[in-house]
Design a protein. Structure first.
Length: 375
């Protein structure tokens, strides 16, 4: 017997859950119940003004970017955009450095002007030849050598993951570009923007269809008691869904320390990394990206921490032991015929926001065929 009020249960009101809820409601005319144990929609992308009126990304900076026209078109139904290029610096040896590494960084190291050709020749001398880097340490030293690895990557990675880079997948540091020109953008995707009125407003519009019911501060297990849904979309931690029967998957959590200052800006760019000094990994001043005009600013220091009960699981740990444990849960998930596991925590992978949206849209197409076949 199905639920008398709703056809589909969606667990989590972040990108994965919200997109699937909207598609199933508007395209399949299904009644969708979305539950989230947090007090707000939008998942980790949730933003809100602080007491000083500064719009903050409450769960850390979310730099939206994509190369997908399909994803831009889909999200543009629910928001206008504020276009921005995200700029980042790194603080090391008592000064700011251009980051990601580019020609300007190289000139800072030399203390004089240089050329792309000289940088390429020098990096060729500094690199450690490794044909197939097996971990993050090998990835970086094969790109820039040991000295730049120590200056910008090694200790930042240790703070972030509480593991040596040699223990982490090559993709962790491999995500960060190394350039021999003056391109100082952190990201290279063709579309880089933030929702003009914030992520939360965009999510409210995604979930606004009357066929969608949103219940916050709600554990999905309380909803399931005595009810049967035609399908469940689950975007939470996959090990938690199965009662951690094989043990808890490793995650990293974060602590955010905001500070409001009576000045327009504190630092020259949206993000400054601190690879070697202090316990925090970065200071984010999101005003640089949002374009908000206000005479005060709020900076946020970000401290990585262990994942413990009561803390948020922000990052799956990209390491071989974690991947092996996840494979056991993945096998259980494959046997759940009426449950879709979608999103970063449900698939135990580090995805960008546009990738999660793309995953949700693809899962919707699969589900639509399945539900149409049933009917």
């Amino acid at each position: 017997m199905s639920s008398p009020e709703h056809d589909v249960l969606v667990v989590g009101a972040g990108f994965a859950g919200a997109v699937l809820a909207e598609r199933l409601a508007t395209q399949c005319n299904l009644r969708v119940l979305v539950v989230d144990r947090r007090s707000h929609p939008a998942g980790n992308a949730y933003d809100a003004p602080d007491k000083a009126g500064v719009l903050l990304h409450v769960h850390g900076p979310h730099y939206f970017r994509t190369n997908s026209d399909r994803i831009i078109a889909y999200l543009s139904q629910f928001t206008e955009w504020h276009h921005v290029e995200y700029k980042i610096l790194s603080w090391s040896d008592g000064r700011h450095w251009q980051f990601p590494i580019n020609l300007t960084t190289f000139e800072q190291l030399l203390g004089r002007s240089s050329t792309s050709g000289e940088m390429e020749e020098t990096l060729a001398e500094w690199r450690v030849p490794i044909a197939s880097p097996a971990n993050s340490e090998e990835m970086i030293i094969s790109q820039v050598g040991g000295a730049l690895y120590e200056k910008f990557f090694k200790n930042y990675t240790r703070k972030q993951w509480k593991r040596d880079p040699s223990e982490l997948d090559a993709s962790v540091c491999g995500r960060i570009p190394v350039r021999t020109n003056r391109d100082d953008r952190y990201l290279t995707e063709k579309f880089q923007a933030l929702p003009r009125f914030g992520y939360t407003k965009m999510f409210e519009r995604i979930l606004a269809d009357p066929r969608i019911t949103l219940r916050l501060n709600t554990d999905y297990r309380d909803v399931l008691a005595g009810r049967n849904f035609a399908h469940t979309v689950y975007s939470g931690a996959i090990d938690e869904y199965f009662g951690c029967c094989f043990g808890q998957l490793p995650y990293r959590s974060l602590r955010f320390e905001p500070e409001t200052l009576e000045q327009e800006y504190y630092q020259p760019v949206v993000q400054v990394n601190y690879p070697n000094d202090f316990e925090f990994t970065r200071i984010v001043e999101i005003k640089h990206a949002t374009g908000q005009k206000i005479p005060v600013t709020t900076i946020v220091r970000e401290y990585p921490q262990d994942y413990l009960p009561g803390r948020e699981a922000y990052y799956p740990v990209p390491a071989p032991d974690a991947r092996a444990l996840y494979a056991r849960y993945e096998e259980l998930a494959a046997a759940e015929r009426d449950v879709s596991f979608v999103g970063r925590l449900a698939t135990y992978r580090y995805y960008n926001m546009d990738q999660v949206v793309g995953m949700a849209l693809s899962e919707f197409e699969r589900l639509r065929l399945k539900l149409e076949t049933r009917s």
